[in-house]
Design a protein around this ligand. Structure first.
Ligand code: NAP
Ligand code: ZN
Length: 335
């Protein structure tokens, strides 16, 4: 089957549309006609060469579409079903992590858009285990960003106990950050946004944050020493991480999901004092994805999106590059 894909051939070159010959449909695969695909900053890291991944790259891993074919061994998912696909599209299914439901930690995990064409395309073939039925309450133009951005923030919020009586800071009000604020507030936490963009204060409040702090001033953290139980860093660039560690209570956790190509510089004393913990988190396992989708449908957690036709993919990427998306760009690929 042939399709069309929007592909980056090198850094600093605009993505181009070209015919795509899909890989054969395996027995365990589904074929999806893509209707929408969100743009995650990870797509931009790939396109811009931040992570040193080889070209060509067809990005896209916040995919929504309709199943158009199923492999001979697939059960539980049928032609015509609306599904979503996120960052991960395969795992071994047998290792201790897969067996424990942490398929995202499998050493053989495979990304949807690395070494294979992703969702900036009219069609996608992936293992059926990583195509998720979508609740009716989540509309197609808005649900895609939950498949990567949403699970990436929901998983650490759950793992580190964000909830009633907990103070949670979300660093960076972008695609991930604005979903993190909604999830953390819905989980019952008191949410503070730490942002270098003062014009985002009103949106932070609308999303459910109780407090907004502009991090552009020298002493922004002075009133916040030993204040938070959890700091979730969603920033795509290197931040002065010690300034944020200092805002954690004893035994507090700073979890980074933001993935800049350059290292974060950590002072040992900011970890030792207060016995603080520095953690990372990678998307989420399949059971957690299902839980996240059900939670989002129940609590009305939905990304704020700006949609553009896929022909304008380079404009959409630029809006993310320039921190102008409010708050997730979504490409319309087919009606
Ligand atoms: P995004 O929409 O571009 O948002 C990033 C936010 O970071 C911006 O809105 C901005 O928020 C803040 N920011 C950007 N540059 C900054 C700078 N120089 N200094 C301070 N703050 C800055 O990106 P995203 O899609 O949410 O992705 C965020 C990061 O998460 C990326 O690195 C992405 O690769 C990573 N990610 C990781 C996983 C995982 O599994 N761990 C999954 C998905 C994405 P303010 O304007 O509010 O400051
Ligand atoms: Zn992503």
């Amino acid at each position: 089957m042939s399709a069309t894909a929007w592909t980056a051939k090198a850094a600093d070159i605009a993505l181009d549309a070209a015919p795509l010959e899909l890989a054969p449909l395996g027995a365990d695969d589904v074929e999806i006609a893509v209707s929408h695909c969100g743009i995650c900053h990870s797509d931009l890291h790939l396109v811009d060469g931040d992570w040193g991944i080889d070209y060509p790259i067809t990005p896209g891993h916040e995919v929504v579409g309709t199943v158009t074919a199923v492999g001979s061994a697939v059960s539980g998912i049928a032609e015509g079903e609306r599904v979503g696909v996120g960052w991960q599209c395969n795992s071994c299914g047998e290792c201790e992590y897969c067996r424990a439901g942490d398929d995202n930690l499998c050493a053989q995990n495979q990304a949807t858009c690395i070494g294979r064409p992703g969702g900036f395309a009219t069609a996608l073939r992936v293992p059926a285990r990583f195509a998720f039925a979508l609740p009716d309450a989540l509309p197609s133009e808005r649900v895609g960003p939950l498949m990567c951005g949403g699970i990436t923030v929901f998983s650490p919020l759950r793992r580190f106990g964000a909830g009633s009586g907990k103070r949670v800071a979300v660093v960076g009000l972008g695609g991930l950050g604005h979903m993190a604020v909604q999830f953390a507030a819905a989980l019952g936490a008191e949410v503070t946004v730490l942002s270098h963009s003062p014009d985002k204060a009103d949106d932070a409040a609308k999303l459910g944050a109780s407090h907004f702090v502009h991090t552009g001033t020298e002493d922004w953290n002075a009133p916040l020493m030993k204040h938070f139980d959890l700091v979730l860093n969603t920033v795509s660039a290197v931040i002065p991480i010690n300034d944020y560690l200092a805002t954690l209570k004893p035994h507090g956790v700073l979890c980074t999901v933001g993935a800049p190509g350059e290292p974060l510089q950590v002072s040992a004393f900011n970890l030792i004092g207060g016995e603080r913990m520095l953690a990372g988190s990678a998307i989420g396992g399949r059971a957690r994805i299902r839980e996240m989708l059900e939670f989002a449908a129940r609590h009305g957690v939905l990304p704020w999106v700006e949609t553009l036709p896929v022909a304008e993919v380079n404009t959409a990427l630029d809006r993310v590059r320039n921190n102008r998306a409010r708050y997730r760009m979504v490409l319309e690929i087919a009606g």
